[in-house]
Design a protein. Structure first.
Length: 347
């Protein structure tokens, strides 16, 4: 029987949610959480001998030490393959999956595989080097993600070639591979041209990533009389996070008053962003929302005035479509309040 080690985070290992994100690396015997479904789909030819885990925060804050310890745990299980995830759209989890796969593949020389959404920053980190099964943004796609992963795992364990792109349900790897085609390139090119000219269905053999064109806003001609608003994707919120802004995969934003303040105090505001070290911002929130500097600019006359609210959400793993919806709502509010310009800060 082929031996598989499954890597997961604290949540899918059954340790808890964010309150357990600081959990250090550990190992559990056999299949746990999503690994149980994977085990059932693999059949008798392969099995999950161990589940190694680490809290998302612990890995991101102690990456070198955590990776070394996880490598030890994986090596002790003597696996034939490592599967990490699925991480879906979770940025911290995805980065950990990517780091573990890269370390295990490089050190042990065994096949490695992970699964996550295209928006996950971990995907871009390793998709050129290792197979990344494409998933949805949330665990609602769990069964489909595990089914796709199982098909790839079986092929890797039997030594079969795994196609580099969508044929296997994988994210494109951004490279070119030599393959044998049934028809010459000239014939295929003519067919593509005819399909394009006649409006028929066509698909290029080298797809290019789509990029949305956004027209630049007109410049502010008289900044000294302009009303400026502050918007951030750094997750700055009042202490206690009253609006429940998510640390990743954010779905909404908050608007927070600041007209009676000369500066933002760390006792009153904090960042709930899950993708960067927030201690410096929590100590001085003006590092993210520069209210103190802008108050000086208004007094000096270089800026006309400030909007009474700042708007905040987190950009950590948030899908582009969701971010665009939030941006439209914020823009509508700013337009209604006759704001002339926006300073957008990021983590």
């Amino acid at each position: 029987m082929k031996r598989i080690v499954h890597y997961t985070n604290q949540f899918f290992a059954g340790l808890g949610g964010e309150e357990s994100a600081g959990a250090p690396p550990g190992v559990l015997e056999g299949a746990v959480g999503p690994g149980r479904l994977l085990r059932s789909l693999l059949g008798e030819g392969a099995g999950i001998v161990a589940t190694v885990y680490c809290g998302d925060d612990h890995f991101s804050e102690n990456e070198e030490e955590a990776t070394a310890r996880l490598l030890e745990l994986v090596k002790a299980a003597e696996p034939d393959l490592l599967f990490a995830g699925p991480a879906f759209g979770s940025g911290r989890y995805g980065l950990a999956c990517a780091g573990v796969c890269r370390a295990v593949g490089g050190e042990l020389g065994i096949p490695v595989l992970t699964a996550m959404s295209p928006s996950n920053p971990g995907a871009d980190l390793v998709r050129r080097d290792i197979p990344v099964v494409e998933t949805g943004e949330s665990s609602g796609d769990m069964r489909a993600a595990i089914e796709r992963s199982t098909r790839v795992i079986v092929r890797l364990l039997t030594g079969e070639d795994v196609a580099p792109g969508s044929e296997e349900g994988l994210l494109p790897r951004g490279g070119r591979w030599n393959t044998r085609a049934s028809r010459p390139a000239a014939e295929r090119a003519v067919d593509l041209l005819l399909a394009k000219l006649t409006g028929g269905p066509m698909e290029t053999e080298i797809p290019l990533p789509p990029f949305q064109e956004v027209a630049p806003a007109p410049g502010i001609r008289d900044l000294g009389h302009a009303k400026i608003a502050l918007v951030t994707t750094g997750g700055l919120v009042p202490r206690g996070n009253p609006d429940g802004i998510k640390s990743y995969l954010s779905t909404h934003f908050g608007a927070y008053g600041m007209m009676e303040r000369e500066r933002l105090a760390g006792d009153d505001f904090e960042s709930v962003h899950g993708g960067f070290f927030t201690a410096m911002v929590n100590e001085d929130p003006n590092r993210l929302i520069p209210l103190d500097v802008l108050r000086d600019a208004v007094r000096e006359g270089s800026v006309g005035g400030l909007h009474e609210y700042f708007y905040s959400t987190t950009g950590n793993g948030t899908p582009v479509e969701t971010a665009a919806d939030m941006a439209r709502d914020i823009a509508a509010s700013l337009e209604e309040d006759k704001v002339d310009g926006v300073i957008l800060t990021s983590a």
